[in-house]
Structure formats: structure tokens, C-alpha cells
Design a protein around this ligand. Structure first.
Ligand SMILES: NC(=O)c1ccc[n+]([C@@H]2O[C@H](COP(=O)([O-])OP(=O)(O)OC[C@H]3O[C@@H](n4cnc5c(N)ncnc54)[C@H](OP(=O)(O)O)[C@@H]3O)[C@@H](O)[C@H]2O)c1
Length: 419
């Protein structure tokens, strides 16, 4: 099977897609055919060697802890899922075609595989730190660095528990924080005064998610060091605050089941900001390390091209752009480009609702990005069942090594993957 591995600690360039033996489910585990893998901060920290004392590895090693997919092996003692069930959960070496999970929950049918892959670590961390910091319904919590994966989960779990949250992120994310029920403010200097103005009844507890040196400010706001907890600043205990890093598979399972329930009730969504192909895992980790992701980054593990197109379709109104990213061997890039240009001309003539398209081939000719505009999601959905379109997708799939479609509302900002 294909998997991302690294042979030495280092920058993103040490990650390689290699052929390795498939893993197998041991007792109490399941194996999944991975559909998508979540990208967590811990992934790049492990790859860079920052955690080699805490998490010793024998290299070469796989990477990734979160994933969604379809169960294809069930270990001894597992009786809550069967082969063929769609699940999401936590395990090891999940940037791969197959991965073993040690904690999982069944994926609600309405929750997409890509979004589900981004849930496990954030939802478990959020549940754990809300419990550990000891914040109660009716109380007020400050969350520093709240628009990432963990913050998105914290805000929604807190809202479900009746906790008022004042949350920090840059101004571009304030509408997003508001949509999750929080009162936003920025994280620049003057935090204490800004938060006090927003919370006349005072602050009961505070969480530092970004590790950006705010522990002293958060202690000033709560008045009690023990009511401040960080997940990213391990100097916090020196100031009397708490840190949290440890969990168990039992707690993960409880948190995953709760996340599935909250999603179904409409109380939890963690959006995917960007999707990467397996071969672009290094790029995903660079974006993760930069620390400004809204929601989650996920790695889409290649599915057959025709299936890839239909699984991203999401009914609803809106004028949309599909960004198709093809990963391709350099010697086939020209053939892929030619085929897509020809197919686009035919699609424009034959398929209702298709507006325009353009293509960008990166300098090393390994990634071809196609921005295709459609009048509506309905038009895309109709095209998805059109045999002419299916034939072209198949043809492209045969030339490319993988194919990652992402849907964007035209109104939202479209970021070129190579930017
Ligand atoms: N200890 C544990 O158990 C545990 C578990 C999970 C994660 N983690 C760690 O926790 C961290 C959070 O992970 P994540 O995936 O949620 O998100 P992340 O990508 O690390 O953080 C994103 C958030 O931080 C904000 N941010 C960026 N610079 C900031 C600054 N100078 N001050 C305050 N906020 C700032 C971002 O806002 P803008 O984008 O608006 O700038 C965004 O809201 C990571 O370091 C991760 O490794 C630890």
C-alpha cells in the first residue's frame, strides 16, 4: 500500500510516499481503508524531532494520528463495528491507504469523510481541557487562539454546556468565532483590558491553545493560576498554571461518540479549510505549523477518480468553484493538461451549468490545479451523473496519480494551493 513515511527527522521534505506492507488490526483495534487523514500540530512536531524524547520512534516511521474510512478488519474483542462500517477515529500512521485505529466512532452518514477525519484529536482535546480546567455552565471562559481545530471544538462544546466564551483570533476569523457562539477579540497587545471590557462579571477560567506567551495575561484575568490551562506552552506550570497533554483510548472513544451525537444534533461542525493529496503531506504540515488554519487541514487519500467527484457533492444552493488538484508524474503532466483542456471545451459545449475553467501547472510539473466554475451545486450534481463527464474523470484519473476536488462558494476566498 501507499503510505507517507520519513527516514530521518527534519523539514517537510523528509516525508515521502512509499510502498509498505499493510498494517493489521490487533486485539481491540480496527483497520480502515483510509478515506482522509486529519493533519494535527503534533504531526509536524514529531516529524521535526521536537518530541523524540517523549515519543521515541524507530525510523522509517509513518505519520498521522487521525483518520476516517471504512472498516476492513476487526481485531479480537471488537464488537461495536463490523467490516464495511464508516468510522472516524485515532490511531497511528494514518497518512496511508490503510491504518489501524485504537479509538473510533461510527461516522454519521451526513458527516463527510474529509470533515470527519479532522475531528478526533480536536474533539478529545476540547472535552479533556474543558473538564480539566473545571469551567461550569453559566461561567465565562477565555480561549486564546480559538479558530483552529481545537478551538473550534472547544467553542462548540462550551456552547452546548452553557458556558460563555470570549475567544481570540485575528480579525479575519471574528465572524467565524461569532458563528460558533463566542465573543471575539484579537490577540494583539492589550488583551487583559479588552477582555475585561467584554466580561464585566469577570473571567472564571482560561485556555491557551496557541502557546503564544499569554499565560501571565490569562492568570491576571482569572486571578487564579490553577484556572488557566495550556495545551501548547509547557512553561505554564512554572507560573502555577496547568498543562494538559495525556489522554487514553477510553476517553477518546467517549469524546468521539459525543462528537458524532453533537454533529447529528447540529451542534458541532469543524470545517475543513484545505484538502491535500497524500503526496502533498509536507505542504499540509507546513500550513499546520504556520498556526493560522481556520478549522482543519486534511489529507485526502486517493479514491477512484469517479468516486472522488461524487463524494464531494453537497446539495444546496450557491454559485461555486470546484478546485481540482491533480498530482501527476512530470512526464505525464502535458498529457493531463491536454486531455483536460479538450474535456473542458467539450464540457462547455455539452453540459448545462458549466461556466469556465482555467489551469495552472506548477514549476516542477507535478501538480496541476484546475479552477472550474459552475452556476450552482445542482449543476455540478447533475454533471456528476452525466456519463460524458464520468468518462472524462476516469480518463483524467488514469493519467494522474491522485485527484483532490474541493468545492468553494464563489463568495468565499479561493486560495491557490501553491501560494
Ligand atoms: N497538548 C495537547 O493535548 C494538544 C492536543 C491538540 C493540539 N495541541 C496543540 O495545540 C495547538 C493548537 O492546535 P490547533 O490545531 O487548534 O490550531 P493551531 O493551528 O495551532 O492554532 C490556530 C489558532 O491560533 C491562533 N493564533 C495564531 N497566532 C496566534 C497568536 N500569536 N496568539 C494567539 N492566537 C494565535 C490562530 O488565529 P489566526 O489564524 O486568526 O491568526 C488560530 O485561532 C497546536 O500547537 C497543537 O499541536 C495540543
Amino acid at each position: 500500500m501507499k503510505a507517507v513515511q520519513f527516514n530521518e527527522y527534519g523539514g517537510p521534505e523528509v516525508l515521502r510516499v512509499v510502498e509498505v506492507d499493510e498494517p493489521h488490526a490487533g486485539p481491540g483495534q480496527v483497520r480502515i481503508a483510509v478515506r482522509a487523514a486529519g493533519v494535527n500540530g503534533i504531526d509536524w512536531k514529531i516529524r521535526a524531532g521536537h518530541l523524540r524524547q517523549m515519543i521515541p520512534l524507530s525510523l522509517p516511521a509513518g505519520i498521522g494520528m487521525d483518520a476516517s474510512g471504512v472498516v476492513d478488519e476487526v481485531g479480537a474483542g471488537v464488537d461495536d463495528v463490523a467490516v464495511g462500517d464508516a468510522v472516524f477515529g485515532a490511531g497511528a500512521a494514518t497518512y496511508a491507504e490503510f491504518a489501524v485505529l485504537s479509538a473510533w466512532a461510527k461516522k454519521p452518514a451526513a458527516l463527510g469523510f474529509e470533515e470527519a477525519a479532522g475531528y478526533p484529536i480536536p474533539v478529545e482535546t476540547a472535552a479533556r481541557i474543558l473538564r480539566q480546567v473545571g469551567v461550569l455552565p453559566g461561567e465565562t471562559l477565555v480561549v486564546s487562539g480559538a479558530s483552529g481545530g481545537v478551538g473550534s471544538a472547544v467553542l462548540q462544546l462550551a456552547r452546548a454546556q452553557g458556558i460563555t466564551v470570549i475567544a481570540t483570533a485575528s480579525a479575519r476569523n471574528h465572524a467565524y468565532l461569532r458563528s460558533l457562539g463566542a465573543i471575539p477579540t484579537t490577540y494583539e497587545a492589550g488583551l487583559v483590558a479588552r477582555v475585561r471590557a467584554l466580561a464585566p462579571r469577570g473571567i472564571d477560567a482560561a485556555l491557551d491553545l496557541a502557546g503564544s506567551g499569554v499565560i501571565a495575561d490569562l492568570i491576571e484575568l482569572t486571578g487564579k493560576p490553577a484556572k488557566v490551562l495550556s495545551i501548547a506552552d509547557f512553561t505554564a506550570p512554572a507560573q502555577g498554571a496547568q498543562v494538559s497533554a495525556q489522554t487514553t483510548d477510553a476517553d477518546r472513544r467517549v469524546a468521539l461518540a459525543a462528537a458524532a451525537r453533537l454533529f447529528t444534533e447540529g451542534a458541532l461542525r469543524i470545517p475543513v479549510e484545505w484538502t491535500y493529496a497524500l503526496a502533498a503531506a509536507g505542504e499540509a504540515q507546513v500550513a499546520s505549523a504556520a498556526g493560522h488554519v481556520r478549522g482543519r487541514l486534511v489529507i485526502r487519500v486517493a479514491a477512484p477518480a469517479s468516486e472522488a467527484r461524487t463524494t464531494t457533492l453537497d446539495p444546496g444552493a450557491g454559485y461555486v468553484t470546484i478546485i481540482n488538484t491533480y498530482v501527476v508524474a512530470p512526464e505525464r503532466a502535458e498529457a493531463l493538461l491536454e486531455m483536460l483542456v479538450r474535456a473542458t471545451e467539450e464540457t462547455l459545449r455539452q453540459v448545462p451549468g458549466f461556466v469556465s475553467a482555467n489551469f495552472h501547472l506548477n514549476l516542477d510539473r507535478t501538480r496541476l490545479v484546475n479552477y472550474a466554475q459552475w452556476q450552482s451545486r445542482e449543476a455540478i450534481a447533475a454533471a456528476g451523473t452525466d456519463p460524458r463527464v464520468a468518462a472524462r474523470i476516469r480518463e483524467a484519473g488514469e493519467i494522474a496519480d491522485s485527484f483532490t476536488p474541493v468545492l468553494y462558494e464563489l463568495r468565499s476566498s479561493v486560495r491557490a494551493p501553491d501560494a
